[in-house]
Write a new protein. Sequence first.
Length: 234
Amino acid sequence: WRPHFVRVGDGKGGWKLKETKYQILHGQKKGWTCGFGVMQMDNGEMALLGTVNPKKSLWYGGGDGERTIIAFSKDGAATWSAFREISPVFKNANDARPMLLAYLGKGRLTYKSGWITGQRHFSKDYGRTWGKPVPDAHVANGTGIGSEGNPLVEVDKDGTVHIAEVGYNNGGPGLGYDVRKGSKAYFRWSHDGGRTWTDEVSPRNWIWKDSASGKTWSRSISEGSLVRAKNGWL
């Protein structure tokens, strides 16, 4: 364990620093191992999802290809099980990287892979086994959305699970990324655990003009996490 800190908002526009600790987990295979999401579950365990790529040391490129991995902790993240591979080998790193990790209660764990052309993955037994992935739904401009972070998960008294998420794409099918242009960002809800999506919006003020060094560019919202504040706001 090594000393570290986290920043916590003070509700007044400022930040407070809180002391904490961190540790580095090592995979069984030599190479590049990276965590992408950690989630507390109601069986007392935590699940950590990431990827491993043997013979690789950089963020993109090289190695044997990435595959999704999972590990579990029963003592509040003090110790972890060995990483276990839960996907085939992917040459495209985005197809292996687990984003938007969420716990839906009653053993149900879910994440998305594949960035814009993504798939949803579902487990009913606290991440031990995974069913066949479901293609992610497209948004209004005809393609999917990519995101990193955590969605909002809310459960009604009758057990219905509601998920809200934000994400973005490049404006439509086949369009490439251009750093000089704002991305097309979306907010949407799912009421069936992430299999279908509805109530989609793309707020106009999520794209704006910004100037620097005498030039003006379009900027935009892209990725992020959602939480509900005490006053009900998202």
